[in-house]
Ligand binder design. Structure first.
Ligand code: KPL
Length: 306
């Protein structure tokens, strides 16, 4: 069993740290210097799942500590991946493994450019987990976690730890396709909920928004197909309608970020699509308008904070 360090101890980070520990791995949480628990030597995460409450105690390490890291799970927001990794880079080596579980795309290229020697893997999950308190998580729905590495058709030895998890987790030889599928769904839902300040279900129940979803799906499908991701965007509108129905009462992560005056993942979602559309010389007016609108909401919200 390997020793995993977890960078980004939100809902997804806390869930997978708990699952890894329950499966027999060692897990250490990496906290930011400004985290209220940064001075502690350990902390407890409570995980509620149906009627069950489980407690997991983890050692804590400040990001700036000096001990080496062999296996790193990164579960920050997409825009925080590079700065968070920069804080622990002296602790990593070419023999380390970095696994990023995040929304969006574009971060793998940034990591590759900045630290070409770093072995990076990526994953995507549909586990439904949210925070009820700072260290109190509710595992509300089971999903699937797909993990892979570009050009790696078979799983490396460390993946055995992930096969021990008490959730559905598989090695995905076509990880880019899986990331693209999740990207396309998030791009069709998240910015619309942020701009219209609505829960996911309203994108289906309000006819004027349902039309916007359909038109946006068509534009995303066109960009995906032009980028060679035909499989990932096939039936996109149907898949998006299914996710909207399954998460009707949810507030998307982007709407939550806007309401909490945090930076959103827009640059790694529709912003990523726009860069691609520009490279492919495609018009993408709907994505462009949404990127502009979300960036401006973000700016306004942050002005109110500062
Ligand atoms: O992943 C999501 C998010 O909010 O980021 C969806 C699928 C849209 C659920 O809210």
């Amino acid at each position: 069993m390997r020793h995993w360090h977890i960078l980004g101890v939100g809902a997804i980070g806390g869930l997978f740290a708990s699952l890894l520990q329950a499966g027999g791995s060692r897990c250490t949480l990496l906290l930011r210097e400004d985290d209220p628990d940064a001075g502690e030597s350990s902390l407890t995460v409570e995980l509620r799942c149906k009627q069950q409450h489980s407690h997991y105690r983890f050692p804590v390490s400040a990001r700036g500590d000096s001990s080496g890291i062999t296996h790193l799970l990164v579960t920050t927001k997409a825009q925080d991946i590079v700065p968070a990794l920069a804080a622990v880079i002296p602790r990593l080596s070419p023999a380390s493994t970095v696994l990023v579980l995040a929304n969006g795309m574009g971060y793998l290229e940034q990591l590759q450019t900045r630290w070409p020697w770093l072995p990076c893997y990526a994953g995507t999950t549909t586990e439904g987990v949210y925070r009820q308190g700072r260290r109190l998580l509710c595992h509300a729905g089971s999903g699937t976690t797909l993990i892979g590495g570009r050009g790696e058709s078979t799983s490396p030895p460390w993946f055995a730890d992930w096969q021990n998890l008490a959730v559905n987790c598989a090695w995905e030889p076509r990880i880019d396709q899986a990331l693209w599928r999740k990207l396309a769904i998030n791009c069709a839902i998240n910015p619309l909920t942020a701009v219209h300040d609505c829960c996911n279900g309203e994108l289906a129940s309000r006819p004027e928004l349902a039309v916007e979803v359909q038109q946006l799906c068509e534009e995303i499908r066109m960009i995906g197909a032009a980028a060679g991701q035909h499989q990932a965007v096939a039936d996109l509108h149907t898949k998006v309608a299914e996710v909207i129905a399954a998460t009707a009462n949810n507030r998307s992560s982007m709407l939550q970020d806007i309401r909490a005056r945090r930076t959103t993942e827009i640059d790694y979602l529709n912003g990523y699509l726009l860069t691609l559309a520009d490279e492919l010389k495609l018009e993408a007016p709907r994505n462009r308008a949404l990127v502009t609108a979300v960036r401006s909401l973000q700016k306004q919200a942050q002005k109110q904070v500062g």
